[in-house]
Design a protein around this ligand. Structure first.
Ligand SMILES: Cc1ncc(COP(=O)(O)O)c(C=O)c1O
Length: 419
């Protein structure tokens, strides 16, 4: 790969996408759709293979990947420890007529890792977990309404989606009250206005919306939230689907110093294999026992073996600390390259999941072009979503990322005619 030459072309990606549009609505649906990767023509669409911190697209271009499959990859693609555990399980049973023992092992491990949790139950996607947590909270409290954060994402069930999305109407949001992040007076006012109606407050442990700077909790925010929730007998659901086990092996609430009633996990728990989990404390065991939630593939044992191996490996490597340090070194390197070139690179959120934005008179277009120029040189960053750092990213990856970023910044400056 000539890393300093923007020589990447995407002929095979484009040809595949053309075929896809004939047979798949929107070609590539959802968040992988090329429309979110601007400027058009700077990003590939289809992957051929992936290993460690890198992937290769169908045109043979190689990328250092700081999207990590939008979160699931945390140990590196095709990690041998995880793959070996999956292979061993698959020689026994995967999807079968009965549950596998590995499900019990995994529940015991999660209950061991998350200090306040007494039970765990499993599903496939993050939205399964957040839905299940909500049903458990409703069952336990006998109430229907939820408080959620404006811009907070919990999946694609109708109640979770923005009101403006196709197919969603006001009725879907009837029981969901959105309030701003870090705003205790708004939480208090909502609890008072809906006394006896609110089952749960659902929120990620810090605010990581798309297209916006990410925001950490104010120092006394979570303490204040839980004081108010206790006063009004409302449950606390932590949506740790994105940040889970990237901040702490005890779950992100431990990192921020609070204890929820239910936590939802998904993305990084099995290094890319499909599995989600809800954990809760013993008082919610009866409610969790009585809700009916299941699926054809929810008992698939391969992903459970992957999760067991992945979580143990994350603990062995002290991965949360490691990726926080890698992220801090990566972003400060990019920030100093930007500063030398005369731009402020704003980094928000936590270092292992940072959101980047370049300050420029042209608005987001400059940062979009910069990320596109990086992609065309083999450094995969998105401009609209937080990025992810994995335990597989090395100092060598960082050094190469800096070189590519510097070159991409020069090219972007030239496009925007900056002296
Ligand atoms: C915080 C959060 N919650 C829930 C979800 C939904 O997860 P899934 O897409 O697996 O349903 C996501 C997905 O990005 C997420 O980031």
């Amino acid at each position: 790969m000539n890393k300093l030459s923007p020589s990447f072309t995407y002929r095979r990606s484009e040809a595949l996408f053309k075929r896809a549009k004939n047979v798949i609505p929107n070609g590539i649906p959802g968040h992988f759709n090329p429309a979110s990767q601007l400027p058009m023509g700077t990003y590939p669409f289809y992957v051929d293979r992936a290993k460690g911190s890198r992937f290769w697209d169908v045109d043979g271009n190689e990328y250092i990947d700081y999207m990590c499959a939008y979160g699931p990859m945390i140990l590196g693609y095709n990690n041998e420890v995880v793959e070996q555990a999956v292979r061993e399980q698959l020689t026994k049973a995967d999807t079968c007529t009965l549950a596998s023992p590995v499900m019990v092992d995994l529940a015991e491990l999660l209950v061991d890792f998350v200090p306040w949790a007494d039970w765990a139950t499993f599903a496939k996607n993050g939205a399964d977990a957040t839905n299940m947590a909500v049903l458990i909270a409703r069952t336990h409290t006998g109430r229907r309404k939820l408080i959620a954060i404006e811009g907070g994402y919990h999946g694609t069930s109708p109640w979770m989606q923005a009101k403006t999305r196709a197919g969603i109407d006001k009725g879907d949001h009837h029981d969901v009250i959105r309030i701003p992040w870090n705003n205790l007076p708004a939480l208090q006012a909502t609890l008072l206005a809906h006394e006896g109606e609110i089952a749960a407050f659902i929120s990620s442990p810090y605010h990581h919306p798309v297209y916006e700077d990410n925001v950490l909790p104010d120092p006394s925010y979570w303490e204040g939230v839980h004081r108010l929730l206790r006063e009004h007998n409302v449950l606390s659901i932590c949506d740790d689907v994105r940040a889970g086990f990237r901040l702490s092996m005890e779950g992100s609430p431990a990192y921020f110093g609070y204890t929820p009633d239910l936590s939802c996990y998904c993305k990084a728990i099995a290094n890319g294999y499909p599995i989600a989990a809800v954990v809760g404390h013993s008082e919610l065991n009866d409610a969790a026992t009585s809700v009916f939630q299941t699926g054809s593939f929810w008992f698939s044992a391969g992903p459970m073996a992957a999760a067991l191996a992945c979580l143990k490996e994350l603990r062995r490597l002290e991965a949360p600390t490691r990726i926080l340090e890698t992220g801090a070194a990566l972003w400060s390197g990019l920030q100093s390259i930007s500063a030398d070139a005369g731009f402020e690179l704003v980094v928000s959120g936590i270092p292992s999941m940072a959101y980047l934005r370049t300050e420029h008179d042209a608005g987001p277009r400059f940062h979009q072009s910069l990320c596109g120029e990086c992609a065309r040189r083999g450094l995969f960053l998105t401009s609209h979503h937080n990025l992810f750092v994995s335990a597989a990213h090395t100092e060598g990856d960082l050094a190469q990322s800096f070189e590519i970023f510097e070159d991409a910044l020069k090219a972007t400056k030239a496009q925007f005619k900056v002296e």
